[in-house]
Design a protein around this ligand. Structure first.
Ligand code: NAP
Length: 281
C-alpha cells in the first residue's frame, strides 16, 4: 500500500518505521528540509518532500502534525488528493479536528493512537511504539463507503500491534480528558509545586532523593510543552470538568488529613488500590 505521512515527528516517524517494515511504500512530508533529510538518511521513509503535492497518488494519508496544524494541512492537501484516498489524523483531541476536517474530505476518519514518549521530533521516532496500545477511530457516518475505509484503517492499526476502538469524537475527548489530559496537568502541577520549595537546601536534597515514584508521577507533566498546551486549548471543556473533579478529590484528601481521619483515608486508598488495575490493560 502507498502510505503518505505528513509531519515526521515522534508519532509520524514511528508510524513510518513500522509501516515500512511491513513492506508498505512510505511517502513522507514534513515542514523542514532538515527533518526530511534525516528521515531519508535513517531509512524511515522511502520518499520525502516538503510539498503536499507529492502525495497525489497515496492511498492512505496520516496527518501527524501538531493539533493546530491538522485541519489547515488537510485543507492544503485536498487539491492534490486521489478521489479514493483515505485521510486520517493522529491528534490527541478529536471533536474540533473532526468538525473541521470531515467537511473538507468525505473519506476523512479521525484517529488517535494512544502511545507516546516525553520526546518529540524525528529523532524520537522508534519502532514498535504502538504495540499493545489502544488506537481510537471516530468515524462520523456508517455509510458503506466509510465502513470500507474504516476497515482498512483498523487493519493498519492492528498490523502495528495496536487494539482498534471506535467511538464518537465527543466520547473520545471526555475519556482522554480523564486518563491522558488530566494526568498531564496534575503531573505538571506536582513538578511546579516541588519547584516552589523556598528552602534551597531542602530543594537540593529533594532533587537528590527523587527516585522511581517521582519519575513515574512527573513523567507526563514534563513532556512536550506544545502538545500539553494544545491538549488544554482544544479539549478545554472536558479537561476543566476533570480538573474540577480532581480538585474536589484533593480537597477531600486534605480535609481527611487535617481532621486526622486515618480510617477514611485508608479506605479511600484501599478503594483506589482495587480500582487501578481496571485502567491498566
Ligand atoms: P512532534 O514530535 O513535535 O512531531 C510533529 C512534527 O510535525 C514535527 O516534527 C514537525 O516536523 C511536523 N510539522 C509541524 N508543522 C508542520 C506542518 N505545518 N506541515 C508538515 N509538518 C509539520 O509531535 P508528536 O508528539 O509526534 O505529535 C504529533 C501529533 O500526534 C499531534 O497532533 C499529537 O496530538 C499527536 N499525538 C501525540 C502523542 C504523544 O504522546 N506525543 C500521542 C498520540 C498522539 P518538522 O521537523 O518538519 O518541523
Amino acid at each position: 500500500m502507498k502510505i503518505g505521512i505528513v509531519g515526521l515527528g515522534l508519532i509520524g516517524g514511528s508510524l513510518a518505521i513500522d509501516f515500512k517494515k511491513q513492506g508498505h511504500q512510505i511517502w513522507g512530508v514534513s515542514r523542514k528540509e532538515s527533518t526530511c533529510k534525516t528521515a531519508l538518511e535513517k531509512g524511515i521513509v522511502d520518499y520525502v518532500s516538503t510539498e503536499l503535492s507529492s502525495l497525489n497518488s497515496a492511498e492512505v494519508i496520516f496527518i501527524c502534525t501538531p493539533i493546530a496544524k491538522i485541519a489547515p494541512t488537510l485543507e492544503s492537501l485536498v487539491p492534490h488528493l486521489d478521489p479514493q484516498a483515505i485521510v486520517t489524523d493522529v491528534g490527541s483531541v478529536k471533536q474540533p479536528i473532526v468538525e473541521a476536517c470531515q467537511p473538507l474530505w468525505a473519506n476523512f476518519i479521525g484517529g488517535h493512537p494512544m502511545a507516546g514518549t516525553t520526546e518529540s521530533g524525528i529523532n524520537a521516532a522508534v519502532s514498535n511504539l504502538f504495540q499493545g496500545a489502544a488506537y481510537v477511530f471516530t468515524p462520523q457516518s456508517n455509510s458503506p463507503q466509510i465502513t470500507e475505509k474504516l476497515a482498512i484503517l483498523q487493519q493498519l492499526a492492528s498490523s502495528l500491534g495496536a487494539k482498534p476502538f471506535i467511538c464518537s469524537p465527543e466520547v473520545h475527548d471526555r475519556s482522554v480528558a480523564w486518563i491522558s489530559h488530566l494526568p498531564v496537568m496534575v503531573s505538571a502541577s506536582l513538578v511546579a509545586a516541588c519547584l516552589g520549595e523556598d528552602d534551597p537546601d531542602v530543594l537540593a536534597l529533594a532533587q537528590e532523593l527523587a527516585s522511581s515514584g517521582f519519575r513515574d508521577t512527573s513523567r507526563v507533566g514534563a513532556g512536550n510543552p506544545e502538545l500539553g498546551t494544545m491538549m488544554a486549548e482544544y479539549n478545554s471543556e472536558s479537561l476543566l470538568r476533570s480538573l474540577y473533579a480532581y480538585r474536589d478529590n484533593l480537597d477531600q484528601i486534605i480535609s481527611l488529613i487535617e481532621t486526622q481521619n486515618w480510617q477514611a483515608l485508608s479506605k479511600l486508598l484501599a478503594d483506589n488500590y482495587q480500582a487501578r488495575p481496571y485502567y491498566l490493560n
